[in-house]
Design a protein around this ligand. Structure first.
Ligand SMILES: *[C@@H]1O[C@H](CO)[C@@H](O)[C@H](O)[C@H]1NC(C)=O
Ligand SMILES: *[C@@H]1O[C@H](CO)[C@@H](O)[C@H](O)[C@H]1NC(C)=O
Ligand SMILES: *[C@@H]1O[C@H](CO)[C@@H](O)[C@H](O)[C@H]1NC(C)=O
Ligand SMILES: *[C@@H]1O[C@H](CO)[C@@H](O)[C@H](O)[C@H]1NC(C)=O
Ligand SMILES: *[C@@H]1O[C@H](CO)[C@@H](O)[C@H](O)[C@H]1NC(C)=O
Ligand SMILES: *[C@@H]1O[C@H](CO)[C@@H](O)[C@H](O)[C@H]1NC(C)=O
Ligand SMILES: *[C@@H]1O[C@H](CO)[C@@H](O)[C@H](O)[C@H]1NC(C)=O
Ligand SMILES: *[C@@H]1O[C@H](CO)[C@@H](O)[C@H](O)[C@H]1NC(C)=O
Ligand SMILES: *[C@@H]1O[C@H](CO)[C@@H](O)[C@H](O)[C@H]1NC(C)=O
Length: 668
């Protein structure tokens, strides 16, 4: 193998040998990971039956799809759209392709992101790359309940990056208990290293458990280590739950949070080590307090200048009785009963409606407005629901609904191995099983969303209230650079006896009367599909998949298939079928069709996708690794804490692993 290495990769290949024992990676990059040992010196561990039921992330629950709605919605209906944005009322503000990002609970960083800056989870990088190559960037928050008590220390025993301490004993109703943790600056170096490989940007949290003894070190250190790769610092995670979680007295109210927030703002202003004092993220209410009640304290008048993001956090339901049987949560909810609540357009609409006013305020103030932590259900999600294809359709619809409603981004929460809603979960062991991750159905929704919005930052979204505003067949249009670019069609129904597929007749132009008819000769369609809404494993996006539980190394496998549909220009119509269940992303591009190069013009991500089909990290990482061109990339590893330091010994292992994939490409 060494002899086949190109000169540039020589060091990589030799290092790969050196680390071969943990370089578990399929040399034939394009193949679907099988879950068995498949790489140089691979150490894959057989799937343990006990994992499946012990941890919610891999549960075996398969629900019954709900019956077809009665009355059945029309399965043939028409959508007529102006081709120019100026003729389409109700468009959102311009949105970015990285709308859906991820929120990673701080206590699971080692499992999900990496042990340290020299040991990064390659599947995590691969997954981020699939989003970043479509969206341009990917936004990730590291925080959650854990951030409130987390403390930055210089070092820990055994060179560990994170040390967890057991949560204090509190009332059984206490749902906010995550381990308190100590962490070293290595955590920030880890994030920085990830950003050097894929275009990932971070949100962190300033602890707020004790505002008389503030701990601002995270912002001081992250400003120095991450620089512009840190987008903001959240101050207060769900402060409206502080009292009920026992973190504040029962009388804790909006005024108290207003006052405490002011203490942090002032301290940040006075801290010479914090460079950017206007990057705060707040108030991250969960729903106990309304934004309006908090704003009535003068919160925005006083602090808007310090805020970068106005944030909320919300889950449409909770499964706390299952997680805390001794708590005061009533009977355990039956996943089968709640399933249908996710299989409807009204779910996303209901979630966003309390926030429409705040979205308008944020827009007036020129602030981002983000759903900072969300997913199907808090307290771990519902087995069989949160990890079903139905949840993927839900997250496509909910994401587009938020974009339409002038949110500017949303973060899907990643909990530990005992939640069923994760977009991705490492295998339940601390060994490195690079190809045995579980990619949840909602991860596919982030790919759909990023392709629907694209990379121009000009995409404006409108909910079309399609099919008489039927809740089972929602549709959205996306106008980019002022012209109709893409249409998203969702079918929540689960076919029975062949009934349920919808057939949507799209007509472009001709409305209002002064617009010429403009339906192209052909459109291209990417489908998000699975055999049923209950399906957990056989999910495809444009015919590609991450495979089932314990089958993914974070790369899509299979051949991408984009359906071409011929339109009837005489009638000014295109017939787009959408299976039951399924979602279709219709790429409308007259320019692309006339230029004869749809792969680069119609949806520019395709070119990248194709290039990366046989390798995930190398091309995107090398292309976007923050200016590391081939020449200096391998040697950019430095001694702890100082980029460009004298020592080149700390070459991150991930670089080795990632580059190893590059080497595979080059030598095969
Ligand atoms: C990083 O973590 C790995 C796996 O736990 C460990 O072997 C290695 O020594 C650590 N490296 C550093 C620099 O701490
Ligand atoms: C806040 O968290 C720190 C670190 O876990 C802890 O030492 C401190 O006692 C906490 N303060 C309060 C008031 O709970
Ligand atoms: C919060 O409680 C304090 C003390 O009781 C009270 O003065 C204040 O008005 C309350 N604030 C709100 C928003 O209710
Ligand atoms: C996982 O959560 C379930 C409740 O959903 C609980 O019964 C079980 O003990 C938890 N398992 C672990 C390993 O924490
Ligand atoms: C989103 O913002 C745009 C631009 O201000 C506005 O026209 C539109 O009505 C807003 N959408 C919603 C759902 O409020
Ligand atoms: C894996 O976890 C076990 C139990 O938590 C621990 O004893 C062991 O040291 C860990 N191994 C590594 C390689 O981190
Ligand atoms: C889109 O916005 C992001 C974030 O502000 C920025 O980094 C990127 O360069 C923008 N892309 C374009 C094409 O303007
Ligand atoms: C879908 O992917 C499979 C697996 O890679 C492949 O065999 C099949 O030909 C693809 N289908 C289409 C229509 O491209
Ligand atoms: C959709 O409607 C068109 C025109 O009526 C028809 O030709 C086509 O077969 C229909 N497709 C499906 C999947 O029903």
């Amino acid at each position: 193998m060494l002899s086949r290495c190109l000169a540039y990769w020589l060091w990589v290949c030799s290092l790969s040998y050196a680390f071969a024992a943990i370089t578990v990676y399929g040399p034939t990059g394009a193949e679907r990971p099988t879950g068995t040992s498949s790489g140089v010196g691979s150490t894959a561990i057989p799937i343990q039956e006990s994992w499946l039921n012990a941890y919610n992330a891999y549960n075996n629950v398969l629900l019954q799809p709900p019956p077809l709605p009665n009355p059945l919605p029309a399965t043939e209906f028409a959508i007529t759209l102006p081709s120019q944005a100026l003729n389409m009322p109700g468009l959102s503000i311009p949105q970015r392709g990285d709308f859906w990002g991820f929120s990673i609970e701080m206590s699971v960083v080692e499992q999900v992101i990496g042990k340290n800056a020299s040991f990064i989870q390659v599947p995590f990088l691969n997954l981020l790359a699939t989003v970043a190559e479509r969206a341009g960037t990917v936004r990730i928050r590291v925080g959650g309940n854990t951030q409130e008590t987390a403390t930055l220390v210089d070092s820990l025993l055994d060179n560990a990056m994170i040390q967890k301490n057991s949560p204090p004993q509190t009332a059984a109703t206490n749902t906010g208990q995550t381990p308190t943790l100590l962490y070293t600056p290595e955590l920030l170096h880890l994030l920085s290293e990830v950003s050097s490989l894929v275009n990932a940007k971070w949100y962190l949290g300033i602890p707020m458990n004790d505002t008389s003894h503030l701990r601002l070190q995270i912002a001081e250190a992250a400003d120095a280590i991450l620089g512009d790769n840190v987008l903001g610092y959240q101050v207060g995670n769900e402060p409206d739950l502080y009292a009920s979680h026992g973190h504040r007295p029962p009388t804790y109210n909006e005024t108290d949070y207003f006052n405490e927030f002011g203490v942090v703002v002032k301290a940040v202003q006075q801290d010479q080590k914090i460079n950017n004092k206007y990057k705060l993220v707040a108030p991250s209410l969960q729903g106990q307090w309304t934004p309006e009640d908090l704003f009535a304290t003068g919160f925005l008048d006083s602090y808007a200048s310090s805020l970068n993001v106005i944030a909320m956090e919300h889950y449409p339901d909770q499964n706390c009785a299952a997680e805390f049987p001794d708590g005061d949560f009533g009977p355990i909810k039956d996943p089968q009963t709640v399933f249908s609540e996710y299989l409807t357009h009204t779910s996303g609409q209901k979630i966003v409606s309390p926030y429409l006013n705040t979205a308008g305020i944020a827009q007036q103030l020129g602030k981002e407005f983000m759903m900072f932590e969300t997913n199907t259900a808090s307290c771990g999600g519902f087995r069989g629901v949160s990890d079903s294809f139905g949840a993927a359709l839900w997250a496509v619809d909910y994401g587009l609904q938020m974009a339409y409603s002038n949110f500017t981004g949303a973060l899907l929460h990643v909990g530990g191995q005992n939640v069923s809603y994760n977009p991705f979960t490492p295998p339940p062991t601390n060994l490195s099983l690079f190809n045995q991750w579980t990619v949840g159905p909602i991860f596919y929704s982030t790919l759909f969303m990023s392709e629907a919005l694209g990379t121009t930052n000009t995409s404006r979204v409108v909910d079309l209230a399609a099919n008489g505003a039927n809740e089972f067949t929602p549709a959205y249009a996306v106008y980019e650079d002022n012209a109709l670019a893409r249409i998203a069609l969702i079918n929540y129904m689960n076919a029975q006896n062949g009934v349920g597929t919808i057939n949507v007749t799209i007509s472009i132009g001709g409305v209002p009367v002064n617009e010429p008819k403009d339906t192209p000769a052909e459109v291209q369609v990417k489908y998000l599909l699975a055999p049923s809404v209950s399906e957990k494993e056989q999910i495809t996006w444009a015919n590609q998949t991450f495979g089932g539980r314990f089958q993914s190394d974070g790369r899509l496998s299979g051949t991408e298939f984009v359906q071409k549909i011929t339109c009837n220009q005489g009638a000014n119509t295109c017939q787009i079928p959408v299976p039951a269940p399924g979602a279709a992303l219709v790429f409308v591009s007259r320019d692309a069709q006339s230029s004869g190069d749809p792969t680069t013009v119609t949806f520019s991500t395709t070119a990248v996708t194709k290039a990366i089909e046989t390798l995930r990290i190398a091309s995107s990482a090398l292309a976007t690794s923050n200016g590391h061109s081939g020449g200096d990339f391998p040697l950019s590893g430095t001694s702890k804490g100082s980029k460009g330091g004298a020592s080149a010994l700390r070459i991150p292992l991930t670089l080795v692993l990632a580059s190893f994939m590059g080497a595979l490409l080059l030598i095969q």
